[in-house]
Design a protein around this ligand. Sequence first.
Ligand code: PLP
Length: 490
Amino acid sequence: MKDQTRTPLFTGLLEHIEKHPTQFHIPGHKQGNAAEPAFRSFLGDNAFKMDLINIEPLDDLHHPNSIIKEAQELAADAFGADYTFFSVQGTSGAIMTMVMSVCSPGDKIIVPRNVHKSVTSAIIFSGAVPVFIHPELDPILGISHGITPRAVKHALEAHPDAKAVLVINPTYFGVAADLESIVEIAHYYEIPVLVDEAHGVHIHFHQSLPLSAMQAGADIAATSVHKLGGSLTQSSVLNLQGNRISHERVQTILSMLTTTSTSYLLMASLDTARKQLATMGHSQINRAIGMANKARKSINELQYIYCTGKEILGTEAAFSFDPTKLIISVKDLGITGYDAEVWLRKTHNIEVELSDLYNVLCIITPGDSEQTIEKLISALQELEKSMLPLSSKNEVKVTIPDIPLLALAPRDAFYSETELIPFSEAAGRISAESIMVYPPGIPIFIPGEIITDENIAYIWKNIDAGLPVQGLQDETLETIRVIKEYKAFN
Ligand SMILES: Cc1ncc(COP(=O)(O)O)c(C=O)c1O
């Protein structure tokens, strides 16, 4: 192991700032001097001083050869990868890079249907043809879990010419599949496994959490350090190991997709977060697991509110789980997850990670304390008391619509001739747009899929519940862009 206490990028920036160079380069705010005073005073001068650009002494993310290269090498060592690439465009940018590194137009890629919208974008950009695997649905919680090794095997038997398998590990809700077995199957077919590890930066650093992509032998993983690893929002890493994917190709594509004005604040935060994860991650995550389990236990003492625990495991798709995710089911209270989110905001000034029709999701990290945990527990106790008249144990039926059929490759649909039609009359037509509930940003339709009445009804159900349905060009959701159809005699 390299000396993980080092922070070459952060330290290099500090040394550069200490020299007080007279700057005749962008950014034009020049260490904050020309920044708007209220904003400058709130952020503090140091943030502006570190907001630098790729002048020679500070290396270049597009061709790293000094402090950024060293920082990336330390990160690779910490994550057990052969190469780590910093992404200043979140995991979305890293996911697009992964897919475009392995897929050319027309290539098949095996993907779970509950992918993040960045995967759909990557499929459109690359021209790949998705072979969807249906994720396992949890009928009690109304959420999708992972994909099973068996489903991957079937998909590869039917499509042995597929170029890659993409896995979400763990899901937004913290549930992980048997990634090691999936990797074994994909490697038998000599194709790489791409992992969306947006919600799993910390799992590499604690043995009670699911295996990380690199530990499970996957080839490449896009990992949001910013979500659960302590770096600044928008900063992620792309980890690569083995020789199924060329690191030169990954660097080229990442560069094609990345701004030339890469933020040094974001990159320095990746450097320091990596140090913290590698040197103190285990004990900090241990504390977070302890706090989350305490919260889980107290929530489960309530009669109508349930917080998922180990009992969720036992299927191939729910092989292991991350206990720092509190999936709090409120359906037995007779309210939606969104109602609970709004109630917590209005009455207790609590902001949750997300809500859906049945649940709210709260994340517990080393940034929490006994006080924040207590606040959540007592708010939920009050929520139960105040909703008691509505509670309806076992009466709410969880429904999730079937996944629509793909009639056209998403890229072909995206570039086809289209027309706008009323959303209410769209059943049976092929969508040219994506539509999703955000967060978590999982598509209900992607371009190329056949719209069904059941999915339209599901969208209205989410809208009626107040959930954020996004993606349509027409934000009023009155119309949708579909593939143009011509009448036979016209
Ligand atoms: C499953 C999943 N993948 C990818 C992403 C994209 O990550 P980022 O926000 O870092 O671009 C998200 C973001 O919420 C996500 O939930």
